[in-house]
Write a protein of this length. Sequence first.
Length: 157
Amino acid sequence: MIPDSIERDVLIEAPVDVVWSVITEPAKITKWFSDLAELDLRPGGAGSLTWVEHDHVAPLVVQAVEPPHRFSFRWVHPEGETPREGNSTLVEFMLAAEGEDRTRLRVVESGLGAVDWDAERKAAFRDDHDRGWQQNLGDLVAYLSARAEAAPATARR
C-alpha cells in the first residue's frame, strides 16, 4: 500500500517571520522552490508554480493562511476542476519558533490515497514528490543560510 502522505521536518537557522516570508512571497519562493511563482495569499486565492526546465505549470488554490505559523494549498488537480479533497493533494507548511533565531518547519503533502489514480501512478508521484521535498527543503535551508551570512549581524533579526 502506498502511504497517503509525505512528511518532512527541518530545523532552520532563521526566525519564524523570515521563514514565513520565504515560503509565502513569490519573489522568494523562486529562490528555493520553483522558477516562477504567482500567489494570491488568502484562503481561496489562486496561484501557480512553474518549473521552466520541465515545462510544467502547477496551478494551486490556497487553503489556509495563518501568519506566521501555517500556510497550505491544494494542487495536482484535474484541469478545469476546482481542487478539493479527493482530486488533489494538500501541501501544509507548519512553522514553530525554537528560540528567537530558529524555526522548526514541518511540511506535509497529503491526500494521495484519495486521488483517483492507479497504484503505479500514485507510487511514481509519491517517489517524485518525496525526492522533490527533500531537495527543495535543502535548497530552502541553503538559501536562508546564504542570506544570513550575507546580512550584517544587526540586520539578521
